[in-house]
Design a protein around this ligand. Structure first.
Ligand SMILES: Nc1ncnc2c1ncn2[C@@H]1O[C@H](COP(=O)(O)OP(=O)(O)OP(=O)(O)O)[C@@H](O)[C@H]1O
Length: 600
C-alpha cells in the first residue's frame, strides 16, 4: 500500500476524531499530540543521531513560560513591548530563546563523546526547572495562570476541540518536515552520525554541524509543544518541565521505537493513555497513597529493553500483512539536469601528493620512520609490506585521520598535515577503509550518495521544504552512475548491510568516486573479492588512471598489485625498504627477504 494513502487515512481519522469522540478523549489526544511533538525531536536526536537528551522537558518549559509570561502579564517590561502580548510573537520569541540555549548547551557538549551530552542535558534541565520555580515574575512554584487562548484568523481556540486541530496540524507538519529532511543530502549526513562519523567526515561532512542541526530542531519542536501546552491548559507551573518529565519523554521514544518517526505518535500515545489508565485504576486497587504508576512504568522499561529494544513500532509493522504495509518510497530518479560541480583534475604526470620524512610514533613505537613517497596524476602506486609494517598508519597520516609526529604531507602543493579529514576531502582526496565503514540500514544508493556530499549545497531548510529536489536528483544520479560503473547497479535499493563483504568494499569505492577526487586512497580494496570481481576492479582502476586520477592502494594480494600498479613502495618496520616498478620489486633482494621471507 502506498504511504500517501496511509497518510490520507490517518489525516481523515484525525479530522473527524473531535467530532465523534467525547471531550475527555479529545483532551487525551491533545496530550498525545503535544508529547509526540517532543518525542519526534528526540527520535531525531536519539534514534537517528545517537545522542541522548534528558533535558527536553526543560525546553518545553522555555516555550511554555515565554508565552505564559508574555500573554498573561498585564504590564510587560518596555523591552518586550513589541510583542504586544501576542501568543504568536511569544512563539517566535520562545523559539529564539530555545535556539540560543540549544546552541549554548550543544556548543559545550556536542563535541564531547560518551556521557557528557546526557549529563549536560540533565544539568541544563535541572537548572531551568529551578529557574522557573524561583523567579517571581514567572509565578514561582505556583506558576502562571489565566493564559489567554490563541487567536487564529477569526477563530479563538478556546476549547480542547479547537486546540486539537492546531496541535495535530503542527505535529503533522513537523513529521513531514522531518521526513523530508531525512531523505536529503543533509539527512544522509545526519543519519551517518550514529556509527559513521569517521566515514562521514572523510566524505566532507561537518558532523558537529549535523549534530547541532538536530539538537536545535529537537529543541524547537519541544519549545513549540510547550507553547501549545500553555495555551491548551491556560495555566502552567514548573512540575511538567522537570527531570522526571525529561525521562518520561525519553521513555516514550523508546516505547514507540527510536528508529521510526511514527514511533513518536505510538510511544506518546501508549504512554499517555497507559499513564492515565494506571493513575485511574491503581489507586482503586492499592489506595491513593504513592505514585504506583511510576513503579509500573519502571518495570515496563526493564521489560521493554529486554523484549523489544527497537521499540513497539517495528513489532507492529511486522504484524501487518505484507500487502497492507507501506512500501518503501524511493526517490524517482530522472535524468540529471546538470553536471554536479567538481574540482579540476591536475595535469597528468604532475605531483599530487608527497610525503616528506613522515614519522609517526606511538609512545616508544615508531610506526612510520622518515617515510618519503610521491604520487602523480594518472598513476597507481601500491604501498605493500608485511603485517604490522606501518602501511595503515601511513595511510592515516596521508588522509588526515591522524597527524604525523614529524614530517610533512603535501597535497597539491599545500601542507595538509594537521588539517581535518573533512578539510582534506574538500581539496580532492577520497578514500576507502580497511574495515569497511558503511551504514548498514541505509540503501546502497544512499550510502554512495554520501560521497557526493561536497558536490551539493542545499541546506536544512531547503531540504525540509523540498526545495532541494533538483539537486537531490542530480546527486542520486551521480551515485547511481558510480554504482553502475563499479558493477553494483542491480543493488541500488538493497540495504547496504545485506551486501557481501566484497561488494561492500566495492560500494566504498563507488562512494569515494562520487566525490570526483584527484587522489583515491584504497585500503585493501581486493580483500574478500572473488577472481572475477578482482579483474573487474583492476579494469576499473585502470580506467580511472587513464582519466588522470592518482590512486594509492595498500594491498596484500600480490598478484593483483603486480599486474595493476605502476610503482610499488615497500615498507618494513615502519621504514621504506624499496621503491620501484613491479618487476623490479619482485626481484629485489631486500623485499624477498623481508616481505616474502626470502622464499619466492
Ligand atoms: N593507534 C595505535 N597505537 C599504538 N600502536 C599502534 C597504533 N596503530 C598502529 N600501531 C602499531 O603500529 C605498527 C604498524 O601498524 P599498522 O596497522 O600501520 O601496520 P600495517 O602495515 O597496516 O599492518 P596490517 O597489514 O596488518 O594492517 C604496529 O606495530 C601496530 O601495532
Amino acid at each position: 500500500m502506498k504511504t500517501k494513502y496511509l497518510l490520507l487515512a490517518f489525516a481523515l481519522i484525525t479530522l473527524v476524531s473531535p467530532l465523534i469522540l467525547p471531550a475527555y478523549q479529545v483532551t487525551l489526544l491533545n496530550y498525545i499530540g503535544l508529547n509526540a511533538l517532543v518525542v519526534l525531536g528526540l527520535i531525531l536526536l536519539t534514534g537517528v543521531g545517537g545522542m541522548t537528551s534528558f533535558g527536553q522537558a526543560a525546553l518545553v518549559g522555555i516555550g511554555a513560560y515565554t508565552t505564559a509570561y508574555i500573554s498573561a502579564t498585564e504590564q510587560l517590561p518596555q523591552w518586550l513591548a513589541w510583542t504586544n502580548g501576542s501568543p504568536w510573537m511569544a512563539l517566535i520569541l520562545g523559539i529564539m530563546i530555545t535556539i540560543i540555549s540549544a546552541i549554548l548547551v550543544g556548543g559545550l557538549t556536542l563535541k564531547l563523546s560518551g556521557h557528557y551530552l546526557p549529563l549536560g542535558t540533565i544539568a541544563w534541565g535541572i537548572s531551568l526547572y529551578y529557574f522557573f520555580s524561583t523567579i517571581d515574575s514567572l509565578g514561582g512554584p505556583s506558576g502562571i495562570s489565566n493564559i489567554p487562548s490563541i487567536h487564529l484568523l477569526d477563530y479563538t481556540l478556546d476549547s480542547s476541540n479547537k486546540m486539537f486541530y492546531l496541535i495535530w496540524v503542527i505535529l503533522f507538519i513537523a513529521i513531514l518536515l522531518t521526513k523530508n529532511l531525512l531523505n536529503s543530502r543533509e539527512g544522509r549526513a545526519i543519519r551517518a552520525l550514529n556509527g559513521g562519523q569517521i566515514m562521514a567526515e572523510s566524505m566532507g561532512v561537518n558532523t558537529f554541524r549535523s549534530k547541532m542541526v538536530i539538537f536545535v530542531i529537537a529543541s524547537i519542536y519541544a519549545s513549540i509543544s510547550g507553547w501549545l501546552y500553555a495555551h491548551n491548559q491556560a495555566f502552567i507551573n514548573p512540575t511538567p518541565f522537570g527531570l522526571q518529565a525529561g525521562i518520561d519523554y525519553l521513555f516514550m521514544a523508546l516505547l514507540g521505537g527510536v528508529g521510526s518517526i511514527w514511533g513518536a505518535i505510538l510511544g506518546a500515545g501508549i504512554f499517555t493513555m497507559a499513564r492515565q489508565w494506571l493513575q485511574d485504576f491503581l489507586p482503586v486497587i492499592f489506595g491513593s497513597e504513592g505514585h504506583y504508576e511510576t513503579i509500573v512504568f519502571g518495570l515496563l522499561i526493564v521489560v521493554l529493553m529486554q523484549k523489544a529494544p527497537a521499540g513497539l513500532w517495528p513489532m507492529i509493522v511486522k504484524l501487518v500483512p505484507q500487502k497492507f504495509r507501506a512500501k518503501d518510497q524511493h526517490f524517482a530518479i530522472t535524468p540529471p539536469t546538470r553536471e554536479l560541480p567538481s574540482l579540476e583534475f591536475p595535469l597528468k604526470g604532475s605531483v599530487i601528493l608527497e610525503a616528506k620524512d613522515v614519522t609517526k610514533k606511538f609512545g616508544g613505537l615508531v610506526a612510520n620512520n622518515q617515510m618519503n613517497l610521491s604520487i602523480h596524476a594518472g598513476e597507481i602506486l601500491a604501498l605493500i609490506g608485511p603485517n604490522g609494517a606501518g602501511k595503515s598508519t601511513m595511510f592515516n597520516q596521508l588522509s588526515g585521520v591522524d597527524v604525523p609526529t614529524s614530517g610533512d604531507v603535501i597535497f597539491l602543493g599545500e601542507k595538509i598535515n594537521g588539517q581535518s579529514s573533512r578539510e582534506i576531502a574538500k581539496k580532492g582526496l577520497s578514500r576507502t577503509f580497511q574495515h569497511v565503514k558503511i551504514l548498514p540500514e541505509m540503501t546502497v544508493l544512499e550510502n554512495v550518495a554520501i560521497g557526493a556530499h561536497l558536490r551539493g549545497d542545499k541546506g536544512v531548510i531547503a531540504s525540509m521544504l523540498l526545495l532541494d529536489r533538483e539537486e537531490e536528483n542530480n546527486l542520486l544520479n551521480e551515485a547511481k552512475a558510480q554504482l553502475e560503473r563499479v558493477g553494483l547497479g542491480d543493488y541500488l535499493y538493497t540495504e547496504a548491510g545485506n551486501l557481501a563483504l566484497g561488494q561492500q568494499r566495492i560500494l566504498e569505492i563507488a562512494r569515494a568516486l562520487c566525490a570526483r577526487p584527484s587522489l583515491l586512497l584504497l585500503d585493501e580494496p581486493a580483500a574478500g573479492l572473488r577472481f572475477q570481481e578482482k579483474r573487474a576492479l583492476a579494469d576499473l582502476l585502470g580506467k580511472l588512471k587513464s582519466e588522470g586520477m592518482a590512486i594509492l592502494l595498500v594491498e596484500h594480494d600480490m598478484d593483483f598489485v603486480m599486474n595493476l600498479v605502476d610503482r610499488v613502495v615497500v615498507m618494513e618496520f615502519g621504514q621504506k625498504i624499496a621503491e620501484g616498478l613491479p618487476e623490479e620489486i619482485q626481484k629485489n633482494e631486500a623485499v624477498l627477504e623481508a616481505y616474502l621471507g626470502g622464499a619466492a
